[in-house]
Ligand binder design. Structure first.
Ligand code: LLP
Length: 418
């Protein structure tokens, strides 16, 4: 996949813009995304799937900024959403509702109503209760709700336990052993139109075999359903393809699609995919400034102005993310640092034991931060969320303003004293 930062002399740049210029113009910390990298990563999917009917539904949760969605919508992307908030973002960005698949383990009737109103491609239904509620909700407006059952194929994605979703002990989907019966029920419902099947077994997969296993299970089900007269139009294999954060060997998209080919051969169903991370992760960085350098015991700490509320992945998953100086200098001695934020938690770190040549005031950038970065950020410690910037050639665009103190307390009220 495309890496979004290149080194020119002692400068690092995103597309044609020096990282220093971004931080000086928009302040620190801030996220920056390469429009070119996002586009190339999406087009790689389109290219790899060009020989078969397909729909690429970008997983909005990985980076939901409306300008990112706009970039993808303009390239013809569909979207995988998990809430009405995400649906409204897609619509605001000019996304086509007929290319939206709606995942999520507990959609509310209100959410269903809105999705029916705008006419989404399908609901990825994750339980029998949801199916019943959807049938009832669609009946209110005399509509047919297009449905794909999200099945849980009980496949080990061999990834971090927090981002593994396809094992039977996980809360996601309908147990594959029950799926046939649930399809029979669904087919009899007056306001349900059965259109597909889907699964999503986990995220940051670095091995293709769990995808192939999962597809094998889906196809057995699809064929069994066809024998009973239920013919599905699409098969959705979810997202999950990993990216390189450190030194993982990540399967190429082409090798993944090639491995699916013998299974799918001449099948006519549309192949749906829901990639998130593999489109946005390596297209984005988090820029930050060293505030304090200190030593406690034998440990050197670089305290930066970004923290776990801005980028939660290291704290939550112990995720390893690459961190480097924005400018390469030879006049500072290298030392080993824990790069930490100012939040009052020991778990507030961005990177541990990294060799860096830095001093207070220097700028750093965290790589592969475009996915599950800003979208998982919070206001913990009453920290305003940071700015987001889109880089396009030699241009930069502010795509989310840094929050203000007014933003922080928006909606809060003092209790009126008697
Ligand atoms: N489809 C569904 C139904 C999903 O739940 C997800 C991600 C995706 C697609 C996209 O998966 P991707 O291609 O991005 O792997 N916060 C974690 C990742 C959580 C993934 C949740 N589901 C992280 O930072 O590693």
């Amino acid at each position: 996949m495309h890496s979004s930062v290149t080194t020119n002399g002692n400068q690092r740049t995103m597309e044609d813009v020096p990282l220093r210029d971004i931080i000086q113009k928009y302040g620190s910390p801030c996220y920056a995304y390469s429009k070119q990298a996002i586009s190339e990563n999406f087009l790689a999917y389109q290219q790899a799937l060009s020989s078969r009917n397909h729909l690429i539904c970008y997983a909005v949760k990985s980076n939901s900024n409306i300008a990112v969605l706009q970039t993808l919508a303009n390239l013809g992307a569909g979207f995988d959403i998990v809430s009405v908030g995400e649906l409204e973002r897609v619509l605001m960005a000019g996304g086509d509702p007929t290319k939206v698949v709606y995942s999520g383990v507990a959609k509310t009737a209100d959410e269903m109503r809105r999705a029916l109103e705008v006419g989404i491609h399908c609901f990825n239904v994750e339980s029998e209760s949801e199916l019943i509620l959807l049938n009832k909700t669609a009946a209110e407006t005399n509509q047919m709700a297009p449905v794909s059952l999200r099945v849980n194929p009980d496949v080990d994605a061999k990834t971090h336990p927090y981002i593994s979703t396809g094992l039977k002990e996980n809360k996601f989907g309908i147990d594959i052993s029950r799926a046939y019966e649930v399809y029979q029920q669904a087919a009899k419902m007056d306001h349900i139109s059965v259109v597909g099947v889907d699964c999503h077994i986990g995220s940051q997969l670095t091995d293709i075999s769990p995808f192939i296993d999962a597809m094998g299970h889906l196809l057995l089900l699809v064929d069994r359903l066809a024998e009973s007269g239920i013919n599905l139009k699409h098969i959705d294999i979810g997202g999950g393809l990993g990216v390189r954060y450190q030194n993982e060997t990540v399967p190429s998209l082409a090798s993944y699609i090639d491995a699916l080919d013998p299974l799918l051969k001449d099948r006519s169903e549309t192949l749906v995919m829901e990639p998130g991370r593999s489109i946005t992760a390596n297209a984005g960085i988090l820029l930050t400034q060293v505030q304090v350098i200190k030593k406690n015991g034998d440990k050197n700490f670089a305290v930066v102005d970004a923290a776990m509320n801005d980028m939660l992945r290291p704290a939550l998953y112990d995720a390893w993310m690459d961190i480097n100086s924005v400018e390469i200098t030879s006049d500072i001695l290298k030392s080993d640092y824990d790069v930490v934020g100012p939040v009052c938690e020991t778990g507030d770190f961005l990177a541990k034991d990294r060799t860096l040549a830095i001093k207070e005031g220097d700028y750093l950038y965290l790589s592969s931060a475009g996915a599950y970065g800003f979208s998982m950020s919070s206001n913990y410690n009453s920290r305003p969320r940071v700015a987001e910037v889109m880089v396009d050639g030699d241009q930069t665009h502010l795509i989310r303003a840094r929050e203000t103190i007014e933003d922080l307390v928006r909606g809060e009220q003092l209790v009126k004293e008697q």
